[in-house]
Design a protein around this ligand. Sequence first.
Ligand code: ACM
Length: 706
Amino acid sequence: MIQSQAYQQIRVDGHILEARTLFENMRIGLAASAALLLTSHATAQTGNGLNLMPMPTSVRSGAGRLSVDPSFSIAVTGFKDAALERAIGRFVAELSRETGMSLKQKTAGSESPTLLIHAAHGRESVQRLGEDESYELVITESGAKLTAPSPLGVLYGLQTFLLLVETTADGFSVPAATIDDKPRFAWRGLLIDVGRHFIPLDILKRNVDGMAAVKMNVLHLHLYDNEGFRIESKRFPKLQEAGSDGLYYTQNEIREFVAYAHDRGIRVVPEFEMPGHNRSLFAGYPELASGPGPYRVDPGGVDAVMDPTRAETYKFIDEFIGEMAELFPDEYFHIGGDEVSGSQWNANPKIQAFMRSHGMKTNADLQAYFNQRLQKILSKHHKIMMGWDEVLHPDLPKTVVVQSWRGQQSLATAAQQGYRGLLSFGYYLDLMWPASQHYAVDPMSGAAASLNPEEKSRILGGEACMWSEWVTPENIDSRIWPRNAAIAERLWSSPDMQDTSSMYRRLDKISQRLEWLGLTHRSSLVLALHRMAGANDVSALRTLAEVVEPVKDYARWSSLKGVWDFRAPLNRLVDIAHPESEQARDFRDALETYTGSGYKDEAAEGKIRARLILWRDNDAKLHPVLEQSFLLKELGSLSEDLSTLASAGLLALDYLDKSMPSPNSWRAQQLALVESAKTPKANLLLMVADPVQLLIEASEGRKQEP
Ligand code: ACM
């Protein structure tokens, strides 16, 4: 997460540059492709019409369908163990839930099973980066066969099977197909920041279930930050006692959680952020800091940093990492390293003297010195060090993994210098981008596109990031899902997958399935609306809530009056409105169809008109509701804007319908209203402003007759 305004600009600009480069690369790439390649791209893109996400490497359709009915049976040959049994048990339970049939885990005897599972050998006891994740799923009318080198591939194949189950006129069934599948990248992660706001384990678990459904394989836990320390240390108990509000994971809970994730093919990589973002550590152990303190986990506290010049600092790190190494078996440990403020180092004469005596000129030199010592400690505890892109420094051994967040350039630079890396720039879920914007970001694009094959092989994949400044247990699922599924596809599937409408069609489908897994990204909105309204009938409020989105990028930070208070309630519409409005997207799609048909498509016009009428009439219904709740009063002008926009849209539609050009003065007046409706209100954007603007502009005349 950023702390300075300067970064915001770099990152926003950086994104625009990266997006443009990607587009150019795509164009050049496409122009160079042979017709044959284009044909196979098309097949990869559509997956023969199957609703799969992420799209498998290869899908070949077969003839007919395999029925899924109460006689469903499973047989396992080859490798077997208790973990595989549990995976099959979960599969049967999910299939039962989604079909409403109480299926039993019937193992087939001599008769042929509905699904035969075969793994050649077992998994590693600690999941390893790059472990074979491939599988093959062959489905015919008479049965399905899932084969994989190890149960890891079986896990993925079972997920694919679940996604294929469809409700048809004749019952539940899966289409016949042959699917060969393996991931493009070995590292497909999601970071969850549990420091700023604590996220209970049951919520983490259902997100792990969601990750497994979209074939992600790393959960990166940002375990503490200035606002809270979330992991029990028995060696240094004041870490959680003074550094949290009592909300942290006990060691037993973490052990159980890591095993839960392992069962689902997900590595848990912990982040122990150092030397910055450490105020919660200093609450209990102020002697670790570079300034005198005192330190509390209060909002707006000082930007404190560890003292890298004292032997005691490294003694603490050694013991703390040693304790944590027992708890988190993964080979990779993240040490943060981002946004280290030099102010405490500059103000401390002892630190300044240390730098002079060691010939260090800048704070970056001091951080590199710290990182080198840190890396040796990690290595002693058999861990490989990862850090945010600020850690990139030639003095560090090439084993260090660099996570790019300030732009794609650092990923390419790291790869050129011999470091392995991950991309997170472009995958920040907290920025409230639409799925399509994340989908357009590729770890191999931008500066990475011109790397040689060896350098490219150092790019391990990417991680979506869920920073939690504005995240709570109530809204976290809706901030992660379904958009994270689009990132998961980018990291698993062929880079040729670029068709946004196909992505959205399949995203809608998987979004539904994710709710079956217990995620609440859709249902949480309605529950929150009931609380906000203090009323039973929230239909008009829902109509408004479904066409707004929270402001993008770091705009919410600019709206703060005073410091950001992590203890402030997050119970306004901006906190629960979906990052991407499905209603607005649907409306834009209908408008595109209508425009594309030269304003002739009656079904599209009917849909547009019905929606505009609903929105036009909504304010009259909603106003009394808004008046009744202090949480809703701020939405008054947003609701009026929606009605105004819809009325203008309806008139524009009438002009188009009658083939009458709208008067210039009318259009100018309406476009001014649209502009004012585009201004964020209550940190929300009205997502129908742009499409209504298109409608008004189109009403100037029928310029697009086919
Ligand atoms: C970061 O967002 N500061 C890694």
